[in-house]
Write a protein that binds this ligand. Structure first.
Ligand code: SF4
Ligand code: SF4
Length: 376
């Protein structure tokens, strides 16, 4: 079983006083003893000992964990329950026991190239004019990702606007940007994940780019780290950056000038995949606080302790109700500091918070790149 790779973690976790429940994204919503990091890893450990899962155990592996890493940040012994869940999901897929929602995500990526099942032909619909004007090859590749293009296309629009304003030689994958494969990995379809990862790397090679810039932290993590962990290497010499890191370079070199005041009271949410998972905490803050006119205040839980938007781990597909409840935790923290804009640097987080803030008059959700585009 894939779980054998994480046996030590699961065994240690089973014998713990399990206080990490008090930070767990899903437990703080449900307050149920069945929804603790320890309970989930114990179910996986017992399945490993007996060599198979009972059908009723599958939902606990899929629908209860955002793979947010908050328990890992708290855990003295360094147990990554999210990693245990992902190993369990591989075993469940191999046993033909993946839930229908997971199988639907897999079909959507295979058939339409995105986890949402949106038509492949509409991938660039919101940015078609800009996309068609891009060259086939360029120094910098902007990899937008499915959640940006299908759910938050304003992020792609803003990113292309900023790159254009800075005079960056840039493009996207003109032959068609494949999904980064993260939804497949999260649902346990690891062989399909590796196949899509190879397609992404081929697409990058076609553009001959030396720098790949992502506005989605999960795409970045896949391209920069996780593909390599699965033996899929990037073309030699290619560097991968989050947009916030690249923006810092552009402003430091004077290539990007941000002069229009943005008079807004903001706070910043660390996306799990950007913060805890890649330790990119300061670049987004440096970009945000450098904008003329901006006011900024940290939320009580920030950086490593930042709460999760709820939509990690594929939960938006398997347990949307829980995502909606979990996102409220962060929105409340933003309201506590009287922010007018809850800024994040991830299209998935933006979608999650927007489900709450679209109803509010005094708090909006925006991606960092949208504020940067306002400051041009
Ligand atoms: S994740 Fe760490 S703190 Fe939480 S129950 Fe497991 S071992 Fe204990
Ligand atoms: S990774 Fe997040 S949601 Fe999953 S058990 Fe840990 S704290 Fe809870």
């Amino acid at each position: 079983m894939e779980l054998q790779k994480v046996e030590r973690l699961a065994r240690l976790c089973e014998t713990c006083p399990k206080m990490c429940r008090h930070v767990c994204t899903t437990h703080v919503v449900t307050r149920s003893e069945a929804d603790t990091p320890n309970e989930r890893s114990s179910i996986a450990y017992r399945a490993l000992l007996r060599g198979y899962f009972f059908p009723e155990e599958a939902p606990y592996m899929y629908e209860k964990c955002a793979t947010c890493g908050l328990c890992l940040a708290w855990c003295e012994t360094g147990i990554d329950v999210g990693e245990i869940m992902l190993a369990a999901r591989v075993d469940l897929v191999n046993a033909g026991m993946a839930p229908a929602a997971a199988a639907a995500v897999q079909r959507n990526v295979q058939n339409q190239g995105n986890p949402h099942g949106e038509p492949a032909s509409e991938r660039y619909a919101a940015i078609m004019d800009e996309f068609q004007a891009l060259p086939n090859t360029a120094e910098v590749l902007y990899y937008a990702g499915c959640d940006t293009l299908y759910r938050q296309p304003e992020i792609a629009k803003a990113a292309l606007k900023v790159l254009r304003a800075a005079g960056v030689d840039h493009t996207m994958i003109k032959s068609g940007e494949p999904c980064c494969g993260e939804p497949l990995r999260l649902m346990g379809y690891i062989e399909d994940f590796k196949a899509t990862a190879r397609k992404v790397m081929d697409g990058i090679a076609e553009t001959r780019a030396r720098t790949v810039v992502c506005t989605c932290p999960s795409c970045l993590r896949m391209l920069k780290e996780v593909y390599r962990e699965h033996g899929i290497e990037a073309p030699a010499g290619v560097e991968f950056l989050h947009m916030s890191e690249y923006l810092l370079r552009l402003t430091a070199s004077g290539q990007l000038k941000l002069t229009t005041p943005v008079h807004l009271k903001t706070t910043y949410h660390d996306p799990c995949d950007l913060g805890r998972r890649q330790e990119i905490y300061e670049p987004p803050r440096e970009v945000l606080t450098s904008l003329p006119g901006i006011q900024f205040q940290e939320m009580f839980f920030n950086r490593r302790d930042a709460r999760c938007c709820g939509a990690g781990g594929g939960l938006a597909a398997t347990n949307l109700e829980l995502v909606i409840k979990a996102s409220k935790t962060v929105v409340n923290l933003a309201q506590d500091v009287s922010a007018e804009v809850l800024v994040t640097a991830c299209p998935t987080c933006k979608t999650s918070f927007h489900r709450q803030t679209y109803k509010l008059d005094d708090l909006k959700t925006m991606d960092l790149i949208e504020l940067v585009a306002m400051a041009l």
